[in-house]
Design a protein around this ligand. Sequence first.
Ligand code: HSE
Length: 382
Amino acid sequence: MKIGLLGHGVVGSGVTAITDSCAVKKVRRLEVSRILVKDEWEMTDPRCTTNVEDILSDPEIEIVAECMGGIEPAHTFVRRALESGKHVVTSNKKMFAAYCGELFELAKENGVSIRYEASCGGGIPWISNLTRIRRLEPVTSFRGIFNGTTNYILSRMARTGSDFAQNLAEAQKLGYAEKDPTDDIAGYDVRYKTAITAMKAFGAIVNAEEIPTLGIADVSADDIRWASENGYVLKLFGAGRNLDDGVSLWVMPVMTGDQQVFAHITDNFNAVESESPTLGPAMFVGQGAGSLPTAHAVVQDLLDIYQDQDAEAAYAERKTVNNDTVCARFYVRTAKPEAFADVCETGIGNGAFLTKELPLSELLAMMKGCGDEHVFAAMVME
Ligand code: HSE
């Protein structure tokens, strides 16, 4: 089966590394025949082209694997591939979170499938396991660590006391971070993955911009130290709960109790947990970022298409994000602690304090109005 690969960066080069050298017979039959690259200088392989028509207009290419990242032109290329009757596999969470509803429709109209395992949790079989759970019962909630770059930074800061910038540079060198690491640091990468997970877990298509998102750009060594001295480990979480009235979804740093499994997930690893009636909590752990682990998920999707193992028809409908039921205690550090006087419960010093239990929406409103654009907050999860 001929495959046209769009993009030959961190993930795309991992795909050819696996398909070109794998000894498994079925994988040998997945032939990456053309590779789209952006510039002439990237044409390091005889299969490379800078003209997407060499892939989209080639009737022998049956699957397009999109590993370009970014919204455009990836979205247009994926649309065109589906319209011309080609299956699509994508690792692009930003594009897929924005257009999954439209792309599912298009795939259905053209009798092809679109698969996206690599878009969430890197190499972890998260999407395929949610599919299996939903064959039997609804998924009621999910939560976890969805970003390898920030987990790498936070765990290295905690372990070695090294600083944020140095660890970010290291995560970039290792191929974990996005081209523009703002998406990782500000929590947007987790926002896209949270939206995609909500679609798979709850059948809810949401506007990702409605998901309240706090990242780790303003985390300090003091926050990490306070956590470790007080029985917590700081992690960036995405979480969701299916409600009768919409879906609750949020992304923010969490002070997780140091006895919880999440506290022991370090470096580029992700850990994501679903909850459903008979299975209860089920956790999936593995490398959430990096060339080969993510490419592994892409190749698994290619194999599923090759073996005609279609995912269930994606039934999903538009839902609104509603976080009215999310209440917690929060760790806050700010240059304007007086703006939080009504909710402060325990002072910590240097502008840091723990709040009483309050709704997430109230905390977010106070953060917005406090006059400190670098205010840092984390949910406390014992
Ligand atoms: N930048 C992403 C991460 C890559 O660090 O998790 C994998 O989605």
